[in-house]
Design a protein around this ligand. Structure first.
Ligand SMILES: [Zn+2]
Length: 334
């Protein structure tokens, strides 16, 4: 097992209440010490070379052990882990995770058998939502939605001050509501025209391919498909490339439909957009805000602010630690 880990932050020295926050991604693990003001003090990262539960468990235990060495036991309230998949929050069992191809694996139980601290496990996107809600753009609100636009669309919903888990912990799968069921792209989940298929970074690339016949002289897509990132298309659109602009227009149109739907369902005070596509904040927000207003009908217009998320890639880790500070993902103890 090759572990390429490094420390990115140094402890400042003062005694604070801390938790271990762990973001378990599909290709790497980030673990670290987070204080209850949302600051990451120590951070360890490690690539995953194998996605079997045994291997991932060994890496998690090793990373958490590294982080625990950096805290005083009496000040550390617990360990919070965000993982992809559908997760039973009391036991921390991963009921189903397409990313890891896991079914019903006892992640929480495995961690409890290795550590004496309280252990909390929840879906990574819900953890990121809790982090952004507590320390980022959701601060001061009671109704909040985070959407991360990356290779897919992850997210979570806070309603009336509590993160919604749903009947079987599936609430917040906003990426898989269909916005173009008849003429959209095929989604990873198998449906056609899911919000994720149309309005993620991957969706932007697919829009560029879809409009290509209208731009026969365009060189925009003249690279290997696996090397083509959404950033290239977004930057070309910002530079005025007509092919990229056509793709960008369709992408932001679909993004606006999904955002207006979220507003109709939740009417949050704030929707924060994270992920790579949102790095061009003004360019993206200018394109969607007006269209979202047009598509907002029964909900009073202008009552949901659309902003760019603040915590970036740290949201999941900070949110996982926040879960430990709160004693669970929600205030009702789930
Ligand atoms: Zn889908």
């Amino acid at each position: 097992m090759k572990l390429a880990c490094h420390i990115r932050y140094r402890m400042k020295g003062e005694t604070v209440r801390t938790a271990i926050g762990v973001d378990l991604g599909g290709s790497h693990v980030t673990a670290g010490v987070v204080s209850d003001d949302g600051t990451i003090h120590h951070q360890y990262e490690c690539d995953l070379e194998d996605l079997s539960f045994d291997y991932v468990s060994r890496v998690l235990v090793e990373q958490i052990n590294s982080a625990i060495k950096d805290v005083e036991a009496k000040n550390c309230v617990g360990i919070g882990v965000g993982s992809p998949g559908n997760i039973e929050p009391r036991s921390g069992a991963v009921l189903y995770s397409p990313n890891f191809r896991w079914t019903n694996v006892p992640l929480g139980e495995m961690l409890r058998s290795n550590f004496e601290l309280p252990v909390y496990v929840a879906n990574d996107a819900r953890c990121a939502t809790l982090g952004e809600y507590t320390y980022g753009m959701g601060r001061g609100t009671r109704n909040f939605v985070l959407l991360t636009l990356g290779t897919g669309i992850g997210g979570g919903i806070v309603a009336d001050g509590d993160l919604i888990l749903g009947n079987r912990f599936g609430a917040g799968e906003i990426g898989h509501h269909q916005i173009r069921p008849t003429d959209g792209f095929v989604c990873n989940c198998g449906k056609i025209g899911c919000f994720e298929a149309q309005a993620s970074g991957t969706g932007l690339i697919r829009h560029a391919f879809a409009v290509q016949p209208s731009f026969p002289r365009s060189r925009l897509l003249d690279v290997d498909r696996d090397k083509l990132g959404s950033k290239k298309i977004r930057k070309a659109a910002q530079a005025g490339d007509q092919h990229a602009l056509a793709a960008w227009k369709n992408f932001t149109c679909d993004l606006s439909i999904g955002l207006a739907n979220v507003i109709a369902f939740v009417n949050p005070e704030v929707i924060a957009l994270g992920g790579g596509v949102s790095s061009a904040a003004d360019f993206m927000l200018d394109a969607v805000r007006g269209r979202v207003d047009e598509l907002t009908t029964m909900v009073p217009r202008g009552t949901t602010r659309i902003v760019v998320a603040q915590l970036g890639n740290d949201a999941g880790q900070v949110g996982a630690a926040t879960m430990a500070f709160r004693g669970g993902l929600t205030t009702i103890g789930a």
